[in-house]
Design a protein around this ligand. Structure first.
Ligand code: NAG
Ligand code: NAG
Ligand code: NAG
Ligand code: NAG
Ligand code: NAG
Ligand code: NAG
Ligand code: NAG
Length: 352
């Protein structure tokens, strides 16, 4: 039976029912196990088990389509529903080449989770102004370029459980005005950050983060925090206030490093902890950032919580970083003075 005949059947059936009420139609699409739940503005297809090659056409002003595990390919008739705001096609198998949402200009919520996508769909043109929630989790996406999301006003970007290999233009994600949640938890533990954010970009972004809007949450495991934020010897350049803004903005985020924990020494720890202690946030010592961020001490086996002063003491780090061989740029002149004294003492010790 051809698709056109199916639709004709459906259409006739729908004419018989009053479209302002909702109905559960068993086998609404002939010759499939699909069940449909229809209202004036929405339809939900369930139990289709990957039997459909396209969306059925209902004559109404549908704004919501939920059809999980339904399709064998990207439904080309989707554009007939140009008013869709909520679209959930998760669990179907799509070829990234054919995914086309450019006609759905009213989309607010798009769920393409678990659809075997290998690429981020094209959001480049400036038409998806309303898109707020984008779920691309559980796919096969390996490359993430922040540029893809530059024109969007996203609140949630879900990209977890993709075998991410590299990330580019991370600053664009940080700079999304309304973003509250970005989940980049990757199934690959070692992700390459194509270009680190420059100090100028950080200065710019920390300005955007100055006016306290909502804290956003990032979940990340492929790239450690220390690779993303400025290095301890740059804290001073970007200013104390800017660093406070940055650490505070990340307070609810988790950065778990598994394969690639950065090496640190007492001087680094001291610097991170000092700036962390400046943050004005009540729950900072129980925050996800505090709990999750670690570095690897030069002994190669001690994982030190980056922001926890207790570890600094437990690791017998010198309290005034006197014998640190990596004096901080941020140190006051008196510390530099005492560092030079200790260098001098070591020098004396060596020549004797
Ligand atoms: C119709 O189906 C929906 C979704 O499967 C379900 O939530 C609802 O309870 C059903 N309603 C009736 C009247 O069967
Ligand atoms: C679909 O219907 C045709 C006849 O219209 C039938 O030959 C075929 O077996 C049906 N397929 C399934 C999966 O039921
Ligand atoms: C779902 O489809 C299967 C066949 O694919 C069928 O056996 C089952 O009864 C259907 N479930 C419902 C709730 O209709
Ligand atoms: C859809 O319904 C409207 C009236 O509600 C009617 O004017 C229009 O012709 C219908 N469209 C189709 C394609 O059947
Ligand atoms: C997308 O769909 C999956 C199930 O297919 C669901 O688990 C997930 O919560 C949905 N995402 C959003 C943002 O609703
Ligand atoms: C952040 O966005 C603003 C506009 O909202 C723009 O002027 C600025 O250049 C962006 N900064 C970065 C680092 O992308
Ligand atoms: C922190 O993140 C959780 C979920 O990950 C969220 O429920 C909570 O609202 C966030 N807190 C803040 C202050 O944003």
């Amino acid at each position: 039976m051809s698709a056109a005949v199916h639709q004709f059947f459906l259409f006739c059936f729908l004419l018989l029912i009053n479209s302002t009420k909702s109905y559960n139609l068993t086998s609404c699409i002939p010759n499939t196990s699909c069940q449909c739940y229809l209202t004036q503005y929405a339809f939900i297809l369930s139990n289709c088990s990957h039997t459909l090659s396209d969306v059925p056409i209902f004559n109404s002003t549908i704004t919501k389509i939920i059809a999980r595990n339904a399709f064998t390919q990207w439904p080309s008739q989707l554009c007939k529903y140009s008013k869709i705001q909520i679209l959930d096609l998760s669990g179907s198998y799509f070829d990234s080449e054919f995914v086309d949402i450019s006609c759905l200009t009213q989309l607010i919520h798009l769920n393409l989770s678990n659809t075997k996508l290998t690429k981020i769909p094209n959001f480049h043109k400036n038409f998806l102004n309303y898109l707020q929630i984008l779920d691309l989790s559980n796919n096969n996406i390996k490359i993430l370029d922040g540029l893809a999301f530059q024109s969007l006003n996203l609140i949630s970007l879900l990209l977890q459980n993709n075998p991410m290999e590299s990330i580019e233009h991370l600053e664009i994600l940080f700079n999304l005005t309304n973003v509250e949640l970005i989940n980049l938890h990757s199934s690959n533990f070692d992700v390459t950050l194509k270009q680190s954010l420059t100090i100028d970009q950080w200065i710019d972004i920390s300005h955007q983060w100055e006016t306290p809007k909502k804290i956003f949450t990032i979940r990340m495991n492929g790239i450690p925090l220390q690779r993303i934020i400025p290095k301890p010897d740059q804290f001073q350049i970007i200013s104390v206030d800017a660093m406070k803004n940055i650490l505070k903005m990340f307070i609810n985020s988790t950065f778990i490093s598994l394969a690639n924990t950065p090496i640190c020494n007492c001087a680094h720890l001291r610097s991170y902890q000092r700036y962390f202690s400046y943050i004005d946030y009540q729950k900072k010592y129980s925050s996800p950032l505090f709990q999750s961020t670690k570095c690897l001490m030069p002994d190669g086996s001690t994982y030190a919580p980056l922001f926890d002063r207790l570890t600094y003491i437990n690791l017998r780090c010198p309290l005034l970083s006197k014998i640190s061989f990596f004096p901080l740029l941020t140190s006051s002149s008196s510390t530099i003075y005492s560092v030079s004294i200790s260098f001098f003492i070591i020098y004396l010790f060596l020549i004797c």
